[in-house]
Design a protein around this ligand. Structure first.
Ligand code: HEM
Length: 248
């Protein structure tokens, strides 16, 4: 199954036809976060009758296009289907849903919560048990959607139950996947406990990096990630450590 998935991924990577069918362009746009100045290579799924739309951005360490990075700074901004500030969206860091590190995000009261997941098949993904850490820089929720700026350490390679994979930044492009759903997870107060129904929309895209993907400012930007936002997992407060800057 893993070999099969890999050979499909290789096919996808070489397929101009499939690229033209994808929901978004492979070529990045430059997104600069107005509050922090962090510059991202970003890719947008435009709103359509299939999906409310989302933008995913990556900022990489200075040498990431020559030496595989182990971390990135991410920007995830997801529109809500019904202008109700609800839903969830997720990224597969290896493109396909099974066998790759999945990151899902959703609004929960005043927080955007996140959960690392891993699926061996096309069913509700399990908790990811490997070594990935997400620390938030800022988040925002309003009626049109929710956004998150975060540092993701250990997120560019993964291992679960003998299945390994990685996203090689030195290739100057990644195969990524996205998924989006209208309804919030159930039992989402603690991300470890949540359940999902299947997303209504999903696709793959080849995310090409340009010179704005990396920056000599990466290390100082990474230091802005101070908020460990765990959700309400032990009956205590909804935040971990740190204060929580807001965009609104
Ligand atoms: C109950 C939970 C889930 C179910 C039942 C589910 C099921 C499926 C199914 C059946 C597909 C195949 C395409 C299709 O039928 O439209 C798919 C695709 C996909 N899913 Fe999920 N999914 C779930 C959760 C997630 C999560 C949490 C993520 C990411 C955080 C995710 C990411 C993707 C991606 C990127 C694709 C497109 C690539 C591919 O086909 O492998 N899914 N999912």
């Amino acid at each position: 199954m893993k070999a099969f998935t890999r050979s499909i991924a290789a096919l996808v990577a070489g397929s101009a036809f499939l690229q033209s069918c994808l929901a978004q362009s492979s070529n990045p746009t430059l997104f600069t976060d107005p509050n922090t100045g962090i510059r991202f290579n970003a890719w947008t799924v435009a709103p359509s009758r299939f999906s409310p739309g989302l933008t995913f951005g990556m900022a990489l360490p200075e040498d990431a296009l020559s030496t595989d990075a182990t971390e990135f700074i991410g920007y995830l901004s997801c529109n809500s289907a019904n202008n109700d500030g609800r839903g969830w969206c997720g990224i597969s860091l290896g493109g396909y849903m099974p066998g790759n590190l999945l990151l899902l995000a959703y609004p929960q009261e005043d927080d955007v919560l996140t959960s690392f997941r891993f699926a061996s098949k096309y069913t509700m993904p399990d908790l990811y048990t490997g070594n990935a850490t997400l620390t938030q820089i800022s988040s925002s929720i309003n009626s049109t959607g929710f956004s998150l700026l975060f540092r993701c350490e250990g997120c560019l390679s993964w291992e679960q139950d003998g299945t390994t994979g990685n996203a090689s930044t030195s290739a100057s492009q990644l195969l990524l996947g996205w998924a989006q759903a209208e309804e919030n997870p159930t039992d989402g107060a603690c991300p470890d406990d949540l359940s999902l129904v299947k997303h209504e929309a999903n696709s793959l895209w080849i995310a090409k990096f340009d010179r704005n993907a990396t920056s000599s400012s990466y290390n100082s930007w990474a230091k802005l990630a101070t908020n460990v936002v765990t959700g309400d997992c032990d009956g205590g407060g909804s935040n971990g450590t740190g204060t929580k800057p807001r965009w609104y």
